[in-house]
Design a protein around this ligand. Structure first.
Ligand SMILES: [Zn+2]
Length: 122
């Protein structure tokens, strides 16, 4: 997991790479001043809230990957297939996820170090 600045362009690259890994068309990326992200399958876009981008690249990339995974035709809701696909894409990006029920409690680099912990979140 390399670290980049969390910008529109670096996250757009994450969208493109994640879509390629999932074998789906690349959705458009929107960064919005909202509370929660959206995966709009019919509209062909995903949105990520600005607060998630401000947590840094690892968390922002995870959030983007989460929303892009919702575009996979086999990923219903947050079920087992969704979680499997999301974990697969995260691994391709060099990350493993420790979840609460659905969302990340911690993100680790494959080599071990913690990249994000929700204990850091305000
Ligand atoms: Zn979701």
């Amino acid at each position: 997991m390399q670290s980049y600045p969390a910008t529109y362009d670096t996250l757009k690259q994450v969208v493109e790479d994640a879509a390629k890994i999932l074998g789906i068309p690349t959705p458009e990326l929107k960064i919005k001043d909202v509370r929660r992200g959206v995966a709009n399958y019919r509209g062909g876009w995903v949105s990520v809230p600005r607060w998630a981008v401000e947590r840094g690249f690892a968390y922002a990339a995870y959030y983007v990957i989460h929303e892009v995974t919702h575009h996979h035709p086999d990923a219903f809701g947050h079920g087992p297939t969704f979680k499997h696909l999301e974990a697969h894409v995260l691994a391709e990006f060099g990350m493993t996820i420790k979840r609460r029920r659905v969302y990340a409690k911690r993100l680790h680099a494959l080599s071990g170090p913690v990249l994000y912990s929700d204990a850091d979140a305000k």
